[in-house]
Each structure stands twice: as C-alpha cells, then as structure tokens.
Design a protein around this ligand. Structure first.
Ligand code: GAL
Length: 682
C-alpha cells in the first residue's frame, strides 16, 4: 500500500497490517439538527461506514460574515466522527462562496460565453481566475488546515469539490486578464501567438496581447486554436487553484494526503485530468450512471478503466456515486434491485479501493432533495438502508483486495486535447463524438472480457501487446513516436480514421492524412470522407467477414504494398473496391489502419482478430451477460464476475467466493443480477 493512500487514523483499522476498503460518502450535518448527528454516527457504524467527506458546502456556516468565523459545530462533528472511529475526508470548503462574498463583490462571479453573469443562488458561483476569490479561499483553507490538520479523525484532504463542474469555462474579465498572462508566458511575444493561431486567416492578427480575448460568442466560427488554447487555459486555471489549496494543506499538515474529486464520466471534458493527476496524492473520481443510457453499465466500466489509467494503475477512490436515483437527469428512476451492489463492485473490480456516495442522508430541502442517499427520506427502516448495510458487509469481506493492482495487455489512448479539438465546429462532420468512439472500441474488448487500461497520450506504452488509438485527431509528434515505437517493439497498434491529422496548434499536417501516422501505417489519404447521416457502407475481408460501417469512409492508398496488407476492402459506397482496413508489419509488431467507423459486430470481429494475432485471450470464460474482471492481483488473484442479465450464468474455474465464503471447485454459478468475487492463486 502506497504511503499516499488514505491515512487511516486508528491502529485497529489496520487489521493484519491491511487497511479496509473505504466506505461512506458526503456527510452534510449542517443540514440537520444536532440530535440527528448522534443517530447518524450510530447508523454509519451499523452500515460499516468508515469514511465521510465533511465540509464540502460549509463555507457560509464556517465564515458567516467577512470577519466572523464559526468552527464550533465542525469541531463537534469531527470529534463525533473520531469517537465513532469514522475517518474524515475533510473538504477545504471552498467549493461554493457564501452570499456575503458574491453580493459585496459581484466581480468574482463567473460569466458565460454570451457575457451573461452566472449569479449567486446555486453553487460554484465564482470565476476561477478571480484574485479576490483566490485570496479569500486560501484564507479559509489556511484556517481549515491549522484547525484540523492534526485532528485525530482526519484521513484525507478534499480540495474544493468537482472543480469546474459549473464554472468552467469562464469568460469573465478576470479570466480575460489571466488568459492574456497565460498566453504571454506560453508564447513570449504576440507574433508567436499569431503564427500558432493562424491569425492571417479572417484578418485576426493581434498587435499585442492586450487585444486578445477569450473566445466569446462571435458572429461565426471562432478561431480554433484560440478555442483550444482557451480550453487549455481553463483546465490550467482550475488546476492552479488545486495546486494553491494543496500547497497550503501540505505546508501545514504534510502527512495528510490530498485529493480532489475528478469527474471522469459521460461527457465531462473541461479538465485535462491526465495533467491534474500529478497534483493529487491519490486519484478520486465521481461517477453517476445515466439512467436512460442502454450502455450505462459499459460506460461505468470505461470510466473506471480511465480513472485507473489516471491513477497510473494504482488503487483509487470512488468518491461519489448514487445509491439509487439522482435528481439531475431528465427522468430519475431509482436503481433496480441489486444495481447498487453491482455498480459498486464493478468499480472495485476495476481498481477502486473506496466506494463512497453522494450523500449520507438524503436532504429535505434544496435542489437535491430528490437525490438518493444511504439513508433515504423513509429512514433507516428501508430497502435502501438495508442495501447500504449489506454493501458495507460485502466491502468488509473484500478487504484482502486492498492495495492490489491491475495490469492489462491492452491500452486505449485517450487524450483530452484531442477531444477539445474534435468537438469544435467547422469540421468535415459534426457526427464524430470522441468519447463515444473511444467507448465503442473499449466496449468490443469489454464484450470479449479482455481488460483495457485507458491511458493518456504521455503514458508508457511499452509492455502492452495491443494499443488502440481511436480518433486521435490532434496528436503531438512525441505521442505519435511513442505509438510507433510500441509497434516496433511488438505491439499491435490500431489507429482509426481522422487520427494524426493536426498538430498541437490544430494545424493540418501537409502531404496527406493521417499525417503523423502516415509512415507508421504505410497509407496515404488525400481526401477526408464524412458520410451523410443514415448512410452506411459495407466492408469485406477474409478475417473480418462482411461488416457494416458508417459516419466516415476514406480513399486509402497503400504506400508500400510490400509491407502493408489490405485486410478488408469497401464493397460499396464512394470508395468501393478500395482498401478499408490495412495492416503493416513494423518491427515485431503490427500497425493497423481502420479508415471507417465499423458498427459493433464488425468492430468486435476485428478486435477479435487483432487480439488473436497479438496472443491476447480472455483469462476466464463466462456466460453471456456476465462481466468478468480478472486482473486484480496481489498475493492472490481476484476474479470479479458480475451478472447484469436476467438469467443465471456462470464463470469458469473455481475459487473461494469471498462474498459467501463458499469454496467452488468447478465453474461457479453467478445468479441473475448477482456478483461473485473469487480468490485464486496469483
Ligand atoms: C456531484 C456533486 C455533489 C452532488 C452530486 C449529485 O456533481 O459533487 O455535490 O451534487 O453530484 O449527483
């Protein structure tokens, strides 16, 4: 267990030298009368809760006026947690400025792209670039650190909360000033900016940094590199807040690890967590399943694999999820029976050593009063609380997996900058959605029960046998070189259409597509090929059969027919007869190019072929509908089998089911909707 893991405060928690899985959630006692607090502590103990996040939205209580401070109530709660042996993930409380601040200083408020001020009355109403906000926030952090840095219950610091969830990007005056400063540091002189932004297009040349603004709503398409740099700046600015708060915490309480909760889920894209991960002592993530998403279960697996990638393969914290319904989707049904358990244990299967929720007790008032908690409005005599107690028992039974890590043979390269660029307008097609395409490739592996690490563009790829590079439109030379070296060293690299086309300034690489990957792939594409919505084509090749594809087709020229083989050709469409999928020998590996968006069946067959070539096979057989993760390893190996289906299934091999204590010799039954976790020799 790394020293940077949650600092468990009490020796009895370190049974057999091993910390427990963390279990708990956001606790907002300030929303409840004092007499509820003692009940809370007792119920937490009943459920096996051992970690709560306190203080996230407490600024207005802690500092009720500019020169008034009130920590007495929090002292009491911290002491109650200590007495109950419940560790605290203490927030810096800077997530939401109090009304006295925003009403006296409206200049701290964030502004949207159209110039509308986002007013107080909700949360996160601050401009991340505001110097006044920073000053007041750091004063609060200093006081929190001084007061609680040595508190017995303190296990972890929680900087702000879901930074940038509502106030990024911000187009305020403060952002404008900070953006100019950031640009001046990045480019040195304005001519370098003019070159990088291609400002000779549409008469956009700047005479000085003072003329530059954030990309506010403009008559038509904004400058794409300006938008890209503003996205970089937005991520950097909030990261700077994280660093500033963390610096105070580390100065005052150097032994207490620092985290902040990332939002790796769905389409949350404003922050480049690949860069942020270095600033936290352990990676924490919030994840909510979209109830209407038929692929929600898979999206959860993708997000968990991405979070683990950000954590460099080390264990991470699931800081928030929901026990049942949320309040912010268009329709918010409760979770189905067993779903809380399945969702939670899939996160553990994919590397989480903590399962926490928003929130402990469902609120009575406020915008989230219809959001579930561990204790629902119905009280502790409820299905939900009983499920929470049962989950606590499951997590206690899984203690031995804590600290074990996961290594996979397959990596999928995922880059926020590529996402920011691809989502811009004025592209060949508005139908390309980066995360959806990345998820689709991941899903083919998930269906094949082969583990994938979702890694950033700077990740070390040596050691992977398969490297997937879907839709990596923007790529830096270094990343392209690393991907090429992986092939040389023996990996099967799969690059898809519209990748490698632009450099880090979003300038097109000349000489043909896919730019940075042309030599690696041995192909050249002269014209990009979006398809109109609803149009499909077919491709055919001996090893992938006939597959349907859509969204995009390219006219591919094979540059070096000696080394590059055509794996499948277009059967119809604008490039009928031409290469659709190719494969080039590179060193001891392969470089595959897929010039179209294969639909699920074809993609799955292609992935099967790539895996077979690379010698990667699922480690365990299981019946349809049973999700299996087999790669958590330490002194043993743990197989997590989660049955998402309506029918009983099974998972191959045997082992000791940690959840029931039953030893199985042969294939292990996995009941409909159920979970088994098997210990096997490493
Ligand atoms: C998160 C947030 C929590 C709560 C939760 C509701 O975005 O951090 O404070 O709002 O969502 O699902």
């Amino acid at each position: 267990m790394s020293a940077s893991w949650i600092r468990w405060p009490w020796p009895e928690q370190l049974l057999e030298g091993r910390p427990p899985l963390a279990y708990g959630g956001d606790y907002n006692p300030e929303q409840w009368p004092r007499e509820v607090w003692a009940q809370d502590a007792a119920l937490m103990q009943e459920a096996g809760v051992n970690l709560v996040t306190l203080g996230v939205f407490s600024w207005a209580r802690l500092q009720p006026a500019p020169d008034a401070w009130d920590f007495a109530w929090l002292d009491e709660v911290m002491d109650l947690m200590a007495a109950s042996r419940i560790a605290v993930d203490l927030a810096t409380a800077t997530a939401s400025p109090p009304p006295w601040l925003t009403s006296a200083h409206p200049e701290v408020l964030p502004v949207d792209r159209s110039g509308h001020v986002l007013h107080q009355g909700a949360r996160q109403a601050y401009a991340p670039s505001s110097p006044l906000f920073r000053e007041l926030a750091l004063e609060l952090v200093e006081r929190m650190a001084q007061r609680y840095g040595g508190h017995e219950a303190l296990a972890l610091w929680h900087v702000s909360n879901e930074m940038g969830c509502h106030n990024a990007p911000d187009y305020s005056e403060a952002a404008e000033i900070a953006f100019r400063r950031w640009l001046a540091e990045r480019y040195g002189d304005v001519e370098a900016l003019n070159t990088a932004w291609g400002t000779d297009f549409w008469s956009q040349r700047y005479g000085s940094f003072e003329q530059v603004q954030p990309p506010r709503l403009a008559p038509t398409f904004p400058n794409p590199t300006q938008v890209l740099d503003f996205a970089r700046f937005t991520s950097w600015q909030l990261q700077d807040q994280l660093r500033a708060e963390a610096a105070v915490l580390r100065r005052v309480a150097p032994d207490v690890p620092v985290t902040t909760n990332f939002m790796v889920m769905g389409h949350t894209q404003h922050l480049d967590y690949t860069a942020w991960a270095a600033d936290v002592d352990l990676v924490a993530n919030d994840h909510y399943v979209m109830a209407a998403d038929p692929d929600g279960q898979h999206e959860l697996a993708f997000s968990a694999d991405h979070t683990r990638g950000l954590a460099g393969g080390r264990p991470w914290v699931l800081m928030e999820s929901s026990t049942s319904a949320v309040n912010w989707q268009p329709v918010n049904p409760p979770k189905a029976p067993g779903q809380l358990r399945r969702n939670s244990l899939v996160q553990v299967a994919r590397g989480a050593d903590a399962v926490c929720f928003f929130q402990w007790r469902a609120s009575r008032a406020g915008a989230e009063k219809y959001h579930s908690g561990l204790v629902p409005h119905a009280g502790a005599d409820s299905r939900l609380f009983r499920d929470a107690v049962a989950l606590g028992a499951d997590l206690a039974a899984l203690r031995e997996v804590v600290g074990s890590t996961i290594t996979n043979d397959v990596a999928l390269v995922f880059d926020y900058e590529a996402w920011w660029v691809l989502d811009q307008p004025a592209h060949p097609s508005a139908q390309l959605h980066y995360r959806e395409v990345a998820e689709a490739w991941h899903r083919s592996l998930w269906e094949s029960r082969v583990g994938v690490d979702v890694v950033g563009p700077d990740a070390d790829l040596s050691g992977y046998r398969v490297v997937l590079v879907p839709l990596l439109h923007l790529v830096r030379e270094e990343t392209a070189a690393r991907i090429a070296s992986a092939a040389e060293a023996g990996a099967s690299v799969v690059v898809t259409y519209f990748s490698g086309v632009v450099d880090e300034h979003d300038h097109v690489r000349l000489g043909g597509h896919p730019g940075a990957f042309r030599d690696l792939l041995g192909v050249r594409v002269e014209e990009l090929g979006p398809l109109l919505p609803g149009t499909t084509v077919h491709v055919h090749g001996p090893s992938v059969g006939t597959a349907t594809a859509g969204t995009w087709v390219e006219p591919v020229d094979v540059v070096d027919p000696g080394a590059t083989e055509v794996v499948a050709r277009y059967l119809d469409g604008p490039h009928a007869g031409g290469p659709a999928i190719t494969r080039a020998r590179r060193g001891s590996g392969w470089a595959w190019y897929v010039s179209t968006e294969l639909q699920d069946a074809g993609r799955r067959r292609l992935v099967g072929r790539v895996l077979a070539d690379a010698g990667v096979a699922p480690a365990v057989a299981a019946s349809e509908g049973v999700e299996v993760s087999v790669r958590r390893r330490g002194e043993a190996q743990w197989v997590f089998a989660v049955n998402h289906g309506q029918h009983a299934g099974e998972v191959g091999g045997g082992g000791l089911d940690l959840l029931t204590g039953t030893e199985h010799a042969g294939p292990v039954p996995v009941p409909a909707g159920g979970v088994v976790v098997l210990r096997r020799p490493a």
